[in-house]
Write a protein that binds this ligand. Structure first.
Ligand code: IMP
Length: 193
């Protein structure tokens, strides 16, 4: 089954394809000639996932899904949340985002945080939402070189390592996106039986 995934990020594409398995062929917006930035202007993670999926569905008429993720830090009232990509300003600069997060948490006793992913799937014109959450806390300083984004600062519950110190398989087994994509995969597999 062919399905459009609202990303041009090769890293994410590989991660999601590995979880969905060979029965699903992921198609990128770029391969369909959609080169403009897909809008994500909503104030919530689910709102953005839904907006991106609807946008692509309107443009292509094909089955499609989009994900949106945020890091929610309790001591910062859920920030950076929906603003995770641009926490330190425009430009998706992971290092600047991590530095700002550490600055804003300086002296904080409570460093609890979670990654939350929401996937919006539009299948046969109908929307379905899937959520994946991983609880954890923010380290005192960055460690590790794997992954991306806030991975060097995020220590999942029950682990002594940050996501950036894990192999991709170790991270996928625990991660927010892994959990949401496995729910999506179960749903799609059941539908195609
Ligand atoms: P997106 O919605 O997947 O583009 O994620 C928004 C932002 O959240 C990214 O730019 C990253 O800063 C952060 N993020 C998303 N997923 C992860 C992850 O697995 N590890 C670390 N940071 C992430």
């Amino acid at each position: 089954m062919k399905i459009v995934f609202a990303t041009n990020n090769a890293h994410k594409l590989t991660e999601v394809q590995a979880i969905l398995g060979p029965g699903f062929e992921l198609v990128t917006p770029r391969s369909l000639g959609i080169t403009e930035e897909i809008p994500e202007e909503r104030p919530t993670i689910e709102g953005n996932a839904s907006q991106k999926a609807h946008y692509l569905h309107d443009r292509t008429g094909l089955d499609c899904f989009a994900d949106d993720t945020g890091l929610e830090v309790d001591a910062l009232d859920g920030a950076p949340g929906v603003h995770s990509a641009r926490y330190a300003g425009d430009g998706h600069d992971f290092e600047a985002n991590n530095a700002l997060l550490l600055r804003n948490l300086k002296g904080a006793g409570d460093r609890r945080a979670r990654f939350r992913t929401v996937i919006s799937l539009i299948l046969d014109g109908e929307e379905h939402l899937f959520e994946g959450i991983i609880e954890g806390h923010i380290a005192q300083c960055p460690s590790g070189t794997e992954g991306f984004g806030y991975d060097p600062l995020f220590i999942p519950e029950g682990s002594a390592k940050t996501f950036a110190e894990m192999t991709p398989d170790e991270k996928n087994a625990l991660s927010h996106r892994g959990r949401a994509v496995r729910k999506l995969a179960d749903f799609l597999h059941n539908r195609s039986k």
